[in-house]
Design a protein around this ligand. Structure first.
Ligand code: ARG
Length: 589
């Protein structure tokens, strides 16, 4: 369906045309001055130059072509040449009815849907998920849902970090501790079915190994050798690696599930390794790569660069591949398996240079088509209240699970105190509200900016927070639940919306009407914070309407049912938004 802005623009263009001007000047936008009008058209200002006329004259000519409310809106020419637009109540009500009947609830659908791979999450095997991984998961999940909502064919890939020195370190540490295990026996080919460690042991092993390798040269050399042997297919190490992966993935899935984050693909860095030999040969054969001090590199600097972009290293001088090689090979693999039109990486912005180098290399080598879009959505750091990267109270790395547990604990108390939820549901409700608190706290900021993780603020039921949004939804559900069954059914099924009876009601209707634009805008900018800003405004206007209006006690049944219908549309809009943000509302809270 056409958005409300397109509908108004359409009529405006006719008016420009009828007044003898190019219809292209009839484009309308949401008003910059909500105190004066709801939408505005600045076309007369631009047309003035082309027609050598005063802008106000043009605005006046155009407005003279319009017929007031029968067009659905009233337009007024104001100096120096703006056209201020106010929607008519009947038009607005009819637009919301059109939305209600639209299968996509007015969210615009791409006429040429794209195949998109979103690379997000990026956890590393055998390392606990810590808060640094939170943003990748939370932002990536929302970007995935938003790109999907407008009709694209989207695959989310976790792109597990399961390759490189970290694996050699774990193998080496295990060998030092449990050298008797079959994996380390020369010539062994049978290995235990069960992993010789639990996830908590694994998570203790990696930091220990990493610390030791920094002090002990011989140990580090051993780990590098183990990495090399693993990469050459050593049977014992391969068996061990598979078990590390299995134990780790099971734990990751549990953590992501708690956050309402799901991946379509659980592919990993190791999956790209088979593509590397042919890739390297090809880059060499076609002269795209050159040797520099023993390393194989691809020059990617361009004349227009403002700062230096160093060559992309494909192989180190010892012949080993590295992070960039894996990312290039992963693109080779993705093109082969999925042929995406676009790949979006939701990764820490400190990796921006890495992605510039990788993207330029694959373009130069023709690994992607010229029109294939490669996008890095870089996010900033999550800091503690002291402005430094978030840590535990004793200064350690904060595990995501522990952080969530602490918040759920607090939230459970809060919810018990509110007494709106049955005791046995308090914990489950607290989980839902906590996930909303954490995700909304993150997503309401522009992704590229650093932000302060402030537990007290994020968990508050007031202000621009996840719990406030949920609270508003729960409130609407409760009013709808309290409405007489007959009223509720009438509102839901065959009720019709009346034109708004108050400013508060009109504001709420205008918000709902803006849903499609908000979602499409968030998609164009890959910016979940736009959904947050939209849903916050909607929640505020909804609460205002609720406070100013007698809904259930309204005597005029037709009006009462119209109110209920409006509330149920508002609820739908809010629920659609929180789904795009990746969380859910409880029944009570
Ligand atoms: N595992 C990486 C890290 O922890 C993130 C991976 C991001 N994705 C990618 N295709 N490079 O830094």
């Amino acid at each position: 369906m056409k958005s409300i802005m397109e509908q108004i623009s359409g009529r405006m263009k006719e008016a420009f045309s009828a007044a003898g001007y190019d219809p292209k000047y009839g484009e309308v936008k949401v008003s910059d001055r909500p105190d004066l009008c709801e939408y505005q058209c600045n076309g007369a200002m631009a047309a003035a130059k082309a027609y050598h006329k005063a802008p106000f004259q043009i605005a006046d000519d155009v407005v003279a072509q319009l017929n007031g409310e029968t067009d659905g809106f009233t337009a007024e020419a104001v100096r120096p040449g703006f056209i201020n637009i106010r929607t008519g109540g009947a038009f607005l009500a009819a637009y919301l009815e059109e939305m209600a009947a639209d299968p996509h609830f007015s969210v615009p659908q791409e006429t040429e849907p794209k195949k998109i791979v979103i690379d997000y999450g990026g956890p590393n095997v055998a390392k606990p998920l810590h808060v640094g991984h939170l943003r990748a998961a939370v932002i990536g999940e929302s970007v995935k849902r938003i790109t999907r909502a407008v009709g694209n064919d989207v695959l989310g890939d976790v792109h597990l970090g399961d390759w490189g020195l970290q694996m050699g370190l774990i193998i080496t540490e295990l060998k030092h501790r449990r050298g008797d295990l079959a994996y380390f026996r020369e010539g062994a080919s049978e290995f235990p079915e069960e992993a010789p460690f639990t996830i908590s042991e694994l998570e203790e092993i990696y930091p220990a190994a990493s610390a030791r390798s920094k002090e002990d040269e011989a140990y580090k050399a051993e780990a590098m050798e183990a990495t090399h042997l693993l990469q050459m297919g050593h049977p014992g190490y391969t068996a061990l690696w598979n078990q590390i992966l299995a134990v780790s993935v099971a734990d990751l899935k549990r953590n992501y599930e708690r956050l309402n984050v799901t991946f379509d693909l659980w592919k990993s860095e190791s999956d790209a390794q088979p593509y590397i030999p042919a890739l390297v040969e090809d880059l060499k054969a076609r002269g795209i790569a050159r040797y520099d001090d023993g390393a194989l590199v691809v020059d990617v600097s361009e004349e227009t660069d403002k700062k230096e972009i160093p060559p992309c290293i494909v192989l180190k001088s010892d012949g080993a591949s590295l992070y960039s090689t894996t990312d290039i090979a992963t693109i080779v693999e993705r093109m082969k398996l999925f042929a995406p039109d676009e790949i979006i990486y939701v990764v820490d912005k400190r990796q921006a240079m890495h992605f510039v180098q990788v993207f330029r290399t694959v373009r130069k080598a023709g690994i992607v088509k010229p029109e294939t879009e490669l996008v890095h959505v870089g996010f900033g750091t999550m800091n503690g209240r002291d402005g430094k990267p978030f840590k535990t109270r004793d200064g350690g790395v904060m595990r995501l699970e522990i952080l969530l547990d602490e918040i759920v604990e607090e939230m459970t108390k809060k919810i018990r105190d509110n007494k709106n939820v049955r005791a046995e549901d308090a914990r489950r409700t607290a989980e839902l509200v906590s996930v909303a608190a954490v995700k909304y706290g993150d997503l309401s900021n522009q992704a590229a900016k650093d932000y302060v993780f402030d537990t007290d603020k994020f968990t508050s039921f007031e202000g621009n927070t996840g719990p406030y949004i949920l609270y508003t939804i729960v409130r609407v559900k409760s009013i709808l639940g309290k409405a007489e069954a007959a009223d509720a059914a009438a509102a839901e099924e065959k009720g019709t919306l009346l034109a708004p009876a108050s400013d508060a009601e009109k504001a709420l209707m205008l918000d709902i009407a803006g849903l499609g634009q908000a979602v499409y805008g968030a998609y164009e900018e890959l910016a979940p914070h736009r959904i947050c800003a939209y849903v916050y405004q909607l929640a505020n206007d909804l609460n205002r309407f609720y406070h100013e209006t007698k809904i259930l006690s309204e005597e005029d049944a037709v009006r009462r049912i119209s109110y209920l219908r409006l509330l149920s549309l508002a609820r739908r809009a809010m629920e659609l938004c929180i789904d795009l943000l990746g969380f859910e509302a409880p029944e009570h809270m």
